[in-house]
Design a binder for this molecule. Structure first.
Ligand SMILES: NC(=O)c1ccc[n+]([C@@H]2O[C@H](COP(=O)([O-])OP(=O)(O)OC[C@H]3O[C@@H](n4cnc5c(N)ncnc54)[C@H](OP(=O)(O)O)[C@@H]3O)[C@@H](O)[C@H]2O)c1
Length: 373
């Protein structure tokens, strides 16, 4: 069987090692892609560092990674939207429960994507630029459009009727997910208020937020409430460890009633970087569990429906189908959506993927760490 190179995680908490793995054939509804650029997300270092606890279903060896751009090498049965040679980008879901991380992980020379989670890359967009979008845009779309979360109208739907108009709160508008949430909510016809560090405020405004307050400011909640200025709040998307508590407060004061939480309320960064997971994980996961329970209770008492977002949960639903087959392609083509955040290319070749993961864990500001292949 022919082989290609992959950045392989051989065991939980091991460093990635570049090695040869068997080529895959695309099955029905799948496309085989020659990967030209990958981007890194916080979940990659979370899985590498804590997967034995947080991703217990993952079997090793595994290929991690969600964000892929490249070109189609082969298509499986029933694929109608793509042909061999097309430039595409897509969401790799290999680390999800029930999927195959060796076939479907991003960090390898060739990978298998689902046609329904793949879009054509417009001619003016490079592979490095396209690779920044998949998990950020997908997570934002889950939070904004899935009925279990804000359940808003999607871009391309009929204009939001007067009575349903309103403002979306995006706490963490300069994160990768947040920037996509701001521009997707705006493209769907909603007003957006958001938070960012002052250095990123103009960027978040340029994506469509009419108010951007500093999330480092002790009075950020008050400033957001002032910025909302009595408009109807249709929900909040919380990004960042302290974001859920802040959003509950904003919603409570403005009469909003839906909260989509995408971040754990305690960072797993310290754990992921440790040489040993035990016993340091015990107080951290206890804090995560207790804080989540407290936040859920506080939200419920304030009449707010809250739920945790899972960015790849759109794999089988209408939000995923529409995001990937309509919204991204149309929005990138007509300029209502941009490939954000800006790509920070930290290396070329699979040997650079571990560096990229470490770079993302060290912290980024309005940039997406990318490796080109
Ligand atoms: N549940 C899911 O399926 C899912 C999927 C993807 C991501 N996530 C989570 O969503 C969060 C964002 O992920 P990402 O990849 O978008 O992150 P990212 O781009 O790596 O986030 C970096 C940004 O965080 C911002 N930030 C710093 N302090 C903040 C604060 N107090 N409140 C809000 N934002 C703050 C920084 O903005 P400034 O520089 O402007 O301060 C920086 O630009 C992470 O917690 C990640 O784990 C969840």
């Amino acid at each position: 069987m022919s082989q290609h190179s992959a950045a392989v995680l051989r065991a939980s908490r091991a460093p990635l090692v570049v090695s040869s793995v068997p080529d895959a054939e695309p099955g029905a509804g799948e496309v085989l892609v020659r990967v030209r650029a990958i981007a890194v997300n916080p979940v990659d270092w979370v899985i590498q560092g804590t997967g034995s606890v947080t991703y217990r279903w993952l079997r090793y060896p595994a290929v991690l990674g969600s964000d892929v751009a490249g070109e189609v090498l082969a298509v499986g049965a029933g694929v109608t939207r793509f042909r061999v040679g097309d430039r595409v980008f897509g969401l790799a879901t290999g680390t999800d429960r029930g999927r195959d991380p060796m076939r479907e992980g991003a960090f390898q020379e060739t990978t298998v994507l689902l046609e329904r989670l793949t879009a054509a890359t417009p001619s003016g967009v490079s592979d490095a630029e396209a690779a920044v979008l998949p998990l950020g845009a997908s997570t934002a779309a889950c939070a904004l459009f899935q009925p279990a979360h804000l359940g808003l109208r999607m871009p391309g739907d009929a204009a939001v009727p007067e009575g349903e108009r309103g403002v979306v709160v995006v706490w963490g508008g300069s994160t990768s997910v947040g920037m996509n949430a701001v521009q997707l909510a705006r493209a769907a016809g909603y007003d957006v208020v958001s938070t960012a560090s002052p250095r990123n405020a103009a960027l978040v405004r340029s994506l469509g937020a009419d108010v951007v307050v500093d999330h480092g400011d002790a009075r950020a909640v008050e400033h957001l409430v002032e910025g909302i200025g009595g408009r109807r709040v249709v929900g909040a998307v919380a990004l960042g460890t302290t974001s859920a508590a802040a959003c509950i407060e904003v919603l409570r004061r403005t009469g909003g009633s839906v909260l989509a939480m995408a971040s754990t309320p305690v960072s797993l960064d310290g754990l992921a970087g440790r040489r040993r997971l035990f016993p340091a994980m015990l107080p951290v996961f206890t804090r995560v569990g207790l804080t989540m329970a407290r936040l859920t209770l506080r939200a419920r008492r304030a009449g707010i429906r809250s739920a945790f977002v899972w960015g790849s949960s759109l794999r089988d639903d209408e939000v995923g189908r529409r995001l990937w087959s309509e919204v991204l392609e149309t929005g990138l083509a007509d300029g209502t959506l941009r490939p954000v955040p800006e790509a920070l290319v930290v290396g070329e070749g699979l040997g650079s993927v571990q560096t990229a993961i470490d770079r993302q864990r060290a912290g980024v500001s309005a940039q997406k760490v990318v490796v080109t292949l």
